[in-house]
Write a protein that binds this ligand. Sequence first.
Ligand SMILES: C[S@@+](CC[C@H](N)C(=O)[O-])C[C@H]1O[C@@H](n2cnc3c(N)ncnc32)[C@H](O)[C@@H]1O
Length: 296
Amino acid sequence: MITGEVYSDNRIRLFHNDVLKILDDLPENEIQAVVTSPTYWGKRQFTDDQNEFGCESLENYVERNVLLYSTLLSKMKQGGSIFVVIQDSYMGSGVSRSHHNHWISGDDYKRNGIDSSRQGNTSSVTARHKKIKNKSLCGVPYRIALKLVDMGFVWRQQIIWQKPNPMPENVQDRAWQSVEYILHFTNHGKYKFNKELFSVSGANGKLRLPSQVLVSASEPKPGHSATFPKKVVERLLLTVTDENDVVFEPFLGSGTMLELAIKHNRKFIGCDICKDFLVHAIDIIKKDSVHLSVPA
Ligand SMILES: C[S@@+](CC[C@H](N)C(=O)[O-])C[C@H]1O[C@@H](n2cnc3c(N)ncnc32)[C@H](O)[C@@H]1O
C-alpha cells in the first residue's frame, strides 16, 4: 500500500499526500490521461502544509510542476495526454499593504502565511523578485511548458479558457484577467484523440474542430473556490480517453474529475494534500452506487 492511501476499490484509488511523494509508486504504463489544475503560484492556499503547491518561490514552483508532469509523461501509456489548467501571476512590490499574502522576500523568498478569510482572485503576489519587476507578468505557464518542451515532450496546444464572468480587479492600467490557459502535453506525436467528441457543428452542418478558445463561466462550489469548468474538462476527458482507461488527478480538490470519471466509466486515481477534500471524495464515491457494480 502506498503511504497515504485512503481509499481503494477495483476502479478508484485515493491518496492523501503531497503528490510528489507518491509518484514513484504510481503504476507504469497504465495512466492514459491527466486532467488537472495545481494551486496557482502565490494565490490561494488550502492548508498550512509547506509542500502545498503555490507557496514556494516562483523558481521552485516551476521546478515542482515540471518534475510532476515530466515524471507522469514518462510513466504514462504511450500516446497519453496531460491537460494542465493554470493561470499566470503578476510579481509584486514586496510590500504587504492590504494584500492577503504575506511573503518573506529575498533570494529564497516564500510565502509566510495567508489571511485565509480574504482569499480572492488577487492577481499580484507581494513577493519582491531580484529580476522580475513589480507589475510584470511572471510567465508561469510558459516557464513550465518550455522546460517540458526542452525535455523532449510534445506541447501540443495552449487552449484558452475564456470566462465571461471574470473577477473584477482593482487596476487602472490593464485589462481584467479573464482567461486561463489549458496546456496540453503528450509523450508521443501520435496520441489518442477522439476527434468527433472534440468537434463542433460547422456552418455547413458538418462537424469540424473548434477554435482554441473555449468559453465557460467559472463555477465555484461551496467549500472550494478554485474548481474546474466542468463542461470544458469533461470534453477534454472524453477526447483523450475511452471507457475503462485510467485517469490520474494529482490535485483532486472538490472532486470534479472523480465525478466525471465515475459518470463516464473511467478508472481513477486521485491525490490531494488537503484531508477535507479526501473526505469529500469518499462521500462522492459512497453516494454513487453504479460504479461499484461495474466490473473492473
Ligand atoms: C486548484 S485546486 C484543484 C481544484 C480541482 N480541479 C476541482 O475542480 O475541484 C488545487 C488543489 O491542489 C491541492 N494541492 C496543492 N498542493 C498539493 C500537493 N503538493 N499534493 C497534492 N495536492 C495538492 C490543493 O489542496 C487543492 O485542492
